[in-house]
Design a protein around this ligand. Structure first.
Ligand SMILES: *[C@@H]1O[C@H](CO)[C@@H](O)[C@H](O)[C@H]1NC(C)=O
Ligand SMILES: *[C@@H]1O[C@H](CO)[C@@H](O)[C@H](O)[C@H]1NC(C)=O
Ligand SMILES: *[C@@H]1O[C@H](CO)[C@@H](O)[C@H](O)[C@H]1NC(C)=O
Ligand SMILES: [Zn+2]
Length: 512
């Protein structure tokens, strides 16, 4: 699939040509819209979407690191767009103009989220929300977050141009969340948690490194910045039917499977621990090996213990009564990482007195994660006992897993499958079989939105699994596939069938 979707587009087959002529004869007005005539809307879903990704990717704060080192470079290619920064305000204006171009009614809520909505007349149904985040990390890539926003806007633009927006059976709304990464205030999901209504009032008093609070920043940008105003950003669960998000995978699985798209089964739960090991500090030359209480070797042993625990959990744990083990399925996505290790006093000729390290444990199955946490904590105390060092394990953070809604996931799977087989026809390669089902090890706005409604996610293949880096890369044809999958998804689930070709034409005419 990798080769096939990235290779240049060939001439449409005779079938497609006939189909194209047939559609063209039914809807003559579409002729002038340059939709490609093949139902794949390449000009909008690929070419324009990619241009817009690049445009948004240029809206960045200056690279302050360059100022410090007095570099002459203009920071070309640098991307940093944190919550309500001037760059993010510029991005908001651009996103609003694209939403309007797609036929949507737009507004900004009290947390700086951008909304673009189409409200069908007489519909009393719950809304379908489609979104992702417009903020970025520092020195970011241009796809994380932006891809999901722009694909959604482009998909709705296609629905507008094909007259389908007028036939929506429920309100459809694109949301560009103001903050997901949490770079500025060290707290994630400011935007989506406000919409889900789970932001605590105390959030207004949280401050960034310069001492500016969330409230200050909101006021500076002419928002009300009160608890009551935050409450206005909240959606009532009765008004929302589901939330769908397109996001780059940020991992290497789809690339390895040679698939452009995958559906997400759920977002992993996470526990963060801090382990502190006290030993006895001493001279590296004079304390004999037998008399040492060395926290560094204890830490080394514990890092390896954690790795074994997560690579071969069945060696350590029993859970399922029948097999006396964890099932293969329940272990999905179990990953454990030691990412930070600090020693005191950190000198080459000193046996350390103290070593601290962090542990990050993630899994789809909350029970698996909790069992790993308990077992690791027990092993820490055992090993430390053996080595005569004093250890403590602190739990710093725990969040349970977010399963995606099974029905939404199968609807997204169907949309992705029809997308891939139609694109495959274009490039005359074998049809795609099963769309991969992945789980997400990273957090997403869908996690916050799951507190409000059913959620579903579509992942898009990226190069070498790289994200949070300027090296982030998604093939133009994969961007196209993601947009087309969204078109198919909305079409299959929220568009009433055209009654007759005449009405379809009339609607398009009314729209244009
Ligand atoms: C909306 O409902 C009203 C009253 O039932 C009806 O007259 C009108 O034609 C409907 N509009 C559409 C677009 O269906
Ligand atoms: C380990 O953590 C403790 C408690 O937070 C802290 O006081 C100590 O300085 C840390 N030690 C190192 C080596 O970072
Ligand atoms: C480790 O040493 C620190 C002082 O450096 C002390 O506060 C802490 O209680 C000790 N922890 C253990 C588990 O002995
Ligand atoms: Zn993201």
């Amino acid at each position: 699939m990798a080769a096939l979707l990235s290779c240049p587009r060939r001439h449409p087959s005779v079938h497609l040509l006939i189909l194209t002529l047939f559609i063209a004869s039914l809807l003559p007005i579409l002729d002038g819209l340059e939709l490609g005539g093949d139902g794949l809307y390449r000009e909008i879903l690929r070419d324009e979407t990619v241009l817009r990704l690049k445009e948004l990717g240029k809206l960045s704060s200056p690279n302050t690191a360059l100022l410090y080192v007095n570099q002459i470079s203009d920071g070309e290619g640098y991307l940093e767009r944190t919550f309500l920064s001037p760059a993010s305000i510029r991005a908001s204006h651009v996103i609003i103009s694209w939403m309007k171009d797609a036929g949507l009614t737009t507004w900004i809520d009290q947390m700086g989220n951008i909304h673009g909505r189409f409200e069908p007349t007489n519909s009393t149904k719950e809304a379908l929300l489609i979104g992702s985040h417009m903020d970025t990390v520092i020195d970011a890539g241009m796809y994380d977050g932006s891809l999901g926003i722009i694909c959604a806007i482009s998909a709705l633009k296609v629905l507008k141009l094909t007259g389908k927006l007028q036939r929506l059976t429920r309100p459809v709304e694109v949301i560009a969340f103001s903050d997901e990464e949490g770079v500025r205030f060290q707290t994630t999901f400011l935007g989506s948690a406000a919409v889900a209504g789970t932001l605590p009032e105390s959030i207004l008093r949280v401050s960034d490194k310069s001492g500016t609070t969330v409230q200050d920043v909101l006021k500076l940008n002419s928002f009300e910045a009160t608890a009551a105003a935050l409450g206005q950003a909240k959606y009532s669960p009765e008004s929302v039917g589901s939330y769908v998000e397109v996001h780059m995978e940020q991992g290497p699985v789809l690339e390895a499977l040679r698939y452009p798209l995958g559906v997400v089964k759920g977002i992993a739960g996470q526990t963060r621990l801090k382990v502190i090991i006290n030993g006895s500090q001493g001279h590296a030359g004079t304390v004999p090996m037998k008399l040492r209480r060395d926290p560094m070797v204890a830490a080394a042993e514990l890092v390896l213990t954690l790795e074994t625990l997560c690579k071969q959990p069945n060696k350590f744990l029993t859970y399922d009564e029948e097999c006396g083990c964890f099932t293969e399925e329940s272990l999905a996505g179990l990953v454990c990482t030691v990412g930070e290790l600090l020693t005191w006093p950190s000198a080459s000729n000193v046996i350390p007195g103290q070593v601290n390290f962090t542990v990050d444990i993630r899994a789809m199955d909350d029970k698996v994660r909790e069992t790993i946490v308990t077992s690791f904590s027990r092993l820490v105390l055992q090993r430390c006992d053996d080595r005569l060092v004093d250890c403590t394990v602190e739990k710093k953070h725990a969040a349970s897993a977010t399963p995606c809604d099974a029905e939404l996931t199968s609807q997204l799977e169907r949309a992705a499958r029809s997308t891939l087989s139609s694109m495959t026809t274009m490039t005359s390669s074998p049809a795609a079989a099963a769309v991969p089902v992945l789980m997400s090890g990273a957090g997403h706005d869908a996690m916050a939105m799951a507190r409000l409604t059913k959620v579903g996610m579509l992942f898009v293949r990226c190069r070498r699994g790289v994200s949070h880096s300027p090296e982030e890369s998604v093939l133009d044809d994969d961007v196209w596939a993601a947009g087309l999958a969204l078109v198919n998804f909305v079409d299959q689930n929220a568009v009433a069938p055209a009654t007759t070709p005449e009405t379809a034409t009339a609607e398009v005419a009314a729209e244009s």
